[in-house]
Structure formats: structure tokens, C-alpha cells
Design a protein around this ligand. Structure first.
Ligand code: EPZ
Length: 415
């Protein structure tokens, strides 16, 4: 198992370039299969989740050629609507294949993706949407199967603005007959990016980015070229790293309108930031003030930046409260941070954070964003930290140790 060795205390300075967004790339890679001709996708990040999804797509007969951050997908030779079970379990986003294959072939089958340990990751809202469009859904021995002679548009109310369910329904409705309306839809920027790609391919979608999405089914979609939006969560992670180490970092390739909630919170804490067209400059200055944070669906504070923000809040004067409202078990980083001396008390879905000085320790990563938080903690922890099970981190951060080293961090990846 690979691990990171981090020696804390260095200030981060310089420029870091953000990659394309993982959570936009995954549904867009799947959406390319809806067309009958090739698509070229640019700014696809080199991440394990992306490689696994490309493997799943190749296993279904499509051609996938990657060079650098570009991926060409030619779906002409697709020969099945079923994903490779073992691969599908490795990657939650494999369930996007359901919406795509249901839409294109009227049938789809995939292994229920492994529950990530931040919550039990149900897909009931995805299946509710498929049923509303006329599909029969069955769940046997961990295999999800959806079938429909014909998909017909309908109105679907999402009990929770689920990102995945909104995406899957949009994928299924694109080639369905008639009109579909998704109410209480998710509004995440990655959804808007997917809808932009589908629209260029010929889909008729209105209202993405609001809580009411209207889709008029079409007969076919054309493969097109598309550039993925920057990863707002990767960007936020490096902005917090700059603040933590009292550094001076230009985070390049950021759409700051996608992280208004983080920027507002960092301003409230007294952090100096300068936004420009191509990114944002973060200058860590004196003591930061404590603030309270509540994670919410977009445009609220993103749950995927909660653990990273928690590390920053240990460095502020006073007491902060984080309330995690999206996932039921997303405080697994707390125990590890406490091993480094963090003064954090959990009460249900809230965490109370007091000013603490962190010292290096051996810590273990439990999930992707918890891992990012532990790396950040290592940057300021006094002495050496060993961050283990970093494969979780490499699912969502391309070259994190290289990017941090180029900013002056003392971090190495060892087997
Ligand atoms: C996406 O997950 C992201 N993953 C997550 O990022 C992110 O945390 C999440 O959205 C929220 O922003 C990808 O895009 C690949 P949800 P998703 O469906 O789609 C409940 C990361 O670190 N729910 O919006 O699975 C669910 O239990 C990952 O990059 C249902 O009840 O999130 C949860 O409480 C982690 N029924 C809430 O909705 C359903 O059918 C949010 O889930 C689906 C979801």
C-alpha cells in the first residue's frame, strides 16, 4: 500500500493548475455512449475512477483512446448493455451506465456499486426516476436490472436533490419519448456541464442549474467535442492548503462562481483573496477567525470540502461548528485528526472544533476527501506524518504530491 510522508511547517507559494472536474467527467464519459458517433472529451483528469470507467466502457465494446487529458470515445461498436460486475463495484459512478443503456437499448444491468463508507449510498431515487419513465426495475444478488420496451417522459419529484439521480434521469430521458420534468433537481455545476454536452449532442434540455429541469426526448444524439469544467473541489482543497500554511498561492483554472460558498466563508474568516478571470490568489495572513459551516446541496457549502475546512478551523481562534447535512457518516477523518492533536467533539451530525496545534502522526485514510484533509493536516503538523491508504486520495486528486511539492511542501509518495 502506498503512503505519503509529509513533514509539516513549509509555507506554500507559487501557482497550481486545477484539472477538469472528476464529478463532471464521469457522467460525461457515460453520456458519450448515447451517441452513434465518436466524441472527444478534453480536460478529463487522470484519476483511478476515470480509468475504471473507461475500462467498463471498453468492456462494453466501445473504443476508448486516451492521450494526456483527452479521451476519444467511439460507441459505434457497443455490443452489450451490461457492465463488468467486478469493475462496476469499484466505482460508484458506474451506475450512470444504467441511465445511458436504458435510454439507448431499453435495457441495462450493472452491479450495485459498493457503498462508499460516507453513507449507505442508496439509489432509490435513481430507480424511482427510471420507473416513472416506464422501466421495470429489479434488484437481485446485488445486480440492478432495468428494462423498458419504450421510455416515455413523465414528471418526477426527487425527495432529495440527489446529484446522481438527477444525472441518471437526465441521461435516460434524453432519448425517451415526450417530455420529462424533474422537480427538486440537483443544481451542481457538474450537472450543468453534462447538460451542456448533451445539448451540443442534440438533446433538448432546459432549466439545468435550477431545481426544475425540463427534457424533451429526441431520436438520436451526435458525438461531439467537449471540455470539462474545472474541479471546484480540487480548487477549494488547494485554496484551503494555502490558507492553512499562511502561503501565497495562485490557484489557476477555477470558475470562482462555482465556489462562492467557500469564498464567502474564507472571507468571513478574514482571508485575503484576489479573484481574476483565470483563477484566484490566496494569501494566508495572520490569525483567522472561527466560523460555523453547514454543508448543503449546491449552491450551499459543499460536503466535499467539509473535511478540508475542518482542518482549517482547527487553526482559528475560538470555537467553530460544522454541521454535515448531506451524508450520514462523513466525520471519519475526525478520529485521525484527533491523533494529531485536534480538539474536535462530535455530537450527531455536528462537530465542535476548537483551536488546536497539530503534530505529525501515522494516520489512515478512510475516504477520498478525508484523505485530502489528512494531507492538509500533515502540511501544518509539527514533524513527520505518515498518511496511509492513499489510493482513496488518488481517486480524486491527480498528482497531489507533485502539485504540493511544486508549491514548496515537503511531501513524498512511498510504497
Ligand atoms: C455526488 O454523489 C458526488 N459524487 C459526491 O462526491 C458528493 O458528495 C455528492 O454528489 C453530493 O454533492 C459524484 O458525483 C461521483 P447524492 P451522489 O445522490 O450523486 C441521498 C466525492 O468526494 N440519496 O446527491 O451519490 C444520499 O444518501 C464524492 O467526489 C438518496 O437518498 O450524491 C445522500 O444523503 C463523495 N437516494 C444524498 O442523497 C438516492 O437515490 C446526496 O446524495 C440517491 C441519493
Amino acid at each position: 500500500m502506498a503512503k505519503f510522508i509529509v513533514n509539516g511547517g513549509n509555507t506554500l507559494e507559487g501557482k497550481v493548475k486545477i484539472n477538469g472536474a472528476k464529478n463532471a467527467a464521469l457522467p460525461i464519459l457515460a453520456a458519450a455512449l448515447l451517441a452513434d458517433s465518436p466524441s472527444v472529451l478534453k480536460d478529463i483528469p487522470n484519476l483511478r475512477d476515470v480509468s475504471n470507467l473507461c475500462e467498463i466502457i471498453r468492456g462494453m465494446g466501445a473504443t476508448v483512446n486516451r492521450s494526456g487529458h483527452s479521451v476519444e470515445i467511439d460507441p459505434s461498436d457497443l455490443n452489450t448493455y451490461e457492465t463488468d460486475k467486478e469493475l462496476a463495484k469499484k466505482l460508484r459512478a458506474s451506475y450512470y451506465i444504467l441511465g445511458v443503456m436504458l435510454s439507448k437499448y431499453g435495457e441495462a444491468r450493472t452491479a450495485l456499486p459498493g457503498g462508499c463508507n460516507i453513507g449507505n449510498r442508496p439509489i432509490d431515487l435513481h430507480l424511482k426516476g427510471f420507473k416513472a419513465l416506464g422501466a421495470e426495475v429489479s434488484l437481485n444478488h446485488g445486480i440492478v436490472e432495468v428494462k423498458a420496451d419504450k421510455l416515455v417522459g413523465d414528471k418526477i419529484y426527487l425527495d432529495y436533490p440527489s446529484v446522481g439521480a438527477t444525472i441518471n434521469i437526465m441521461l435516460a430521458a434524453s432519448l425517451a419519448e415526450g417530455k420529462t420534468v424533474i422537480e427538486n433537481a440537483a443544481r451542481e455545476p457538474e450537472l450543468v456541464d453534462l447538460a451542456n454536452f448533451l445539448t451540443v449532442m442534440g438533446a433538448k434540455i432546459k432549466g439545468v442549474g435550477t431545481d426544475i429541469i425540463k427534457i424533451e426526448g429526441v431520436n438520436k444524439l451526435e458525438g461531439k467535442e467537449h471540455r470539462i469544467i474545472p474541479d471546484r473541489i480540487e480548487a477549494g482543497t488547494y485554496m484551503i492548503a494555502a490558507a492553512l500554511t499562511k502561503g501565497d498561492v495562485f490557484v489557476k483554472n477555477v470558475l470562482t462562481e462555482h465556489i462562492k460558498s467557500l469564498i464567502a466563508k474564507l472571507h468571513e474568516m478574514g482571508l485575503e483573496m484576489v479573484e481574476d478571470i483565470s483563477g484566484v490568489r490566496v494569501k494566508g495572513n495572520g490569525k483567522l477567525d472561527s466560523v460555523d459551516v453547514k454543508t448543503l446541496p449546491y449552491p450551499g457549502f459543499p460536503t466535499d470540502l467539509q473535511s478540508q475546512m475542518m482542518v482549517l478551523l482547527t487553526q482559528t481562534e475560538g470555537t467553530s461548528i460544522i454541521k454535515e447535512t448531506v451524508w450520514e457518516n462523513r466525520f471519519m477523518h475526525v478520529d485521525e485528526l484527533k491523533r494529531m492533536g485536534a480538539d474536535i467533539t462530535i455530537d450527531g451530525h455536528s462537530a465542535l472544533i476548537r483551536e488546536s496545534s497539530l503534530s505529525g502522526a501515522e494516520v489512515t485514510v478512510t475516504d477520498l476527501r478525508a484523505g485530502a484533509a489528512l494531507v492538509l493536516a500533515g502540511l501544518i503538523g509539527d514533524g513527520k506524518s505518515e498518511v496511509r491508504k492513499i489510493h482513496h486520495v488518488e481517486r480524486g486528486y491527480e498528482g497531489i504530491e507533485k502539485k504540493l511539492s511544486s508549491l514548496g511542501a515537503d511531501i513524498k509518495r512511498v510504497k
